[in-house]
Design a protein around this ligand. Sequence first.
Ligand code: SF4
Ligand code: SF4
Length: 454
Amino acid sequence: MNDFRETLYTVDQKGNRKWVYAVELWGFFRRARTATACLLLLFYVSLPWVTIDGAQAVLLDIAHRRFTFFGQTFWATDTKFLFLLLVTLGLSLFFFTALFGRVWCGWACPQTVFLEFLFRPIERLIEGNAQARRKLDQAPWSLAKARIKFLKYFIFSLIAWFLASTCLAYFIGRQPLLEMMGDYPWHNLSTFLLTLFLMGVLLFEFGWFREQFCTVICPYARFQSALMDDSSLLVGYDRVRGEPRGKAKDGSNGDCVDCGLCVRVCPTGIDIRNGLQLECIQCAACADACDSVMVKIGRPSGLIRYETEKGLAGKPTRFVRPRLIVYGALLCLLVSLLGYSLKNREFSEVVILHPSRDVLFTKLPDGKISNHLELSISNKSDQNRSYSVSIQDFPSILATMPISPFPVAANSRQKAPLFLSFPGDLLIDGKRAIKIVVRDDAGFEKVLEVNILG
Ligand code: SF4
Ligand code: SF4
């Protein structure tokens, strides 16, 4: 087969899907990945139940445009942090892919973790090993087959419901979710339908679509080759040592006995011996498989291993290289910038609004002029704060708020009416630029410029 660059292993000549029945085999990498996946699953499931400073550790409250991360609450107006975070994450992807290849895909991507460590093990438990699963799928429909399939999809549905509900807990909060669960579905119809939709997506993805997500849809798989070079880590087959492959024991062959086990364990159905391929998620299942074969035939393990292309070709690998230095330097800069911005973050935000465009000013009985403004005050901290106002440079202007200092509850926004009264001779051509100083009781101070009118 030399057409592996042009065809998908999981699609036949007619364009029909070839189902992958990956053999499960335990080895060093499988054990390490299982431990990692368990930790990640535990993290995902338990995070909505963790409380930090009285609030849910991670809460993405889109309805109220408030996002809480480990005790820090961000608002929709905090776009600076979102921008810095996204650029940092994007650059980390560049940096770590250049260094470790697609380690994310094989070890931490939710697609891999849910499929390989949750759905597939349950499938194995119910339908048996790869051979039994293939036989069952090829068998005509019978009561026994229907019973097995029903049981599998019933358990899949329960897991999908649990994962979908956990996902919702991140967006609507664990407490409202629990309350909704204890209520009739039609009382919270939109949440109920959203849960069903998410369940449907998960069932479709992990029950049927599976590895096609990585091989056909995932954009990361497509641009990874631009991010990697011959010194990036990958799971590779040592051609120098393995070829010519064959079963003959006369010493004319390399170490590969062409048993095909590395292909049978591959969750995307490819043959690693063809070299780096888009479909390879670098899960190292083939490395475990090959190591088990090498042990049996008394040859050193590592015919398939984590290695760089240079290493596989017997050349020295250069881990420190220009692209890594550039990515690393930019990453350090961005992380420092993000850290600095977070440390010096202001928890109060004040904007001046003009509540009415029709009535710009009113004349008071004592001859003074009054302007009605509004302060929109956002208190982004976890403590209640009080805000007071003063006027810079113009002692003749009187600033009045209905309550002063004006209280704003933690993590909320309020509008405070502000009345400015001043003598008419302060104005030049009917207006004057002044500065309003807003302070809170935690040291925040902001100077706002505004035109008073008359
Ligand atoms: S498992 Fe190892 S020995 Fe068997 S075919 Fe694959 S590379 Fe060759
Ligand atoms: S070729 Fe090996 S590392 Fe790549 S996806 Fe298949 S089993 Fe995993």
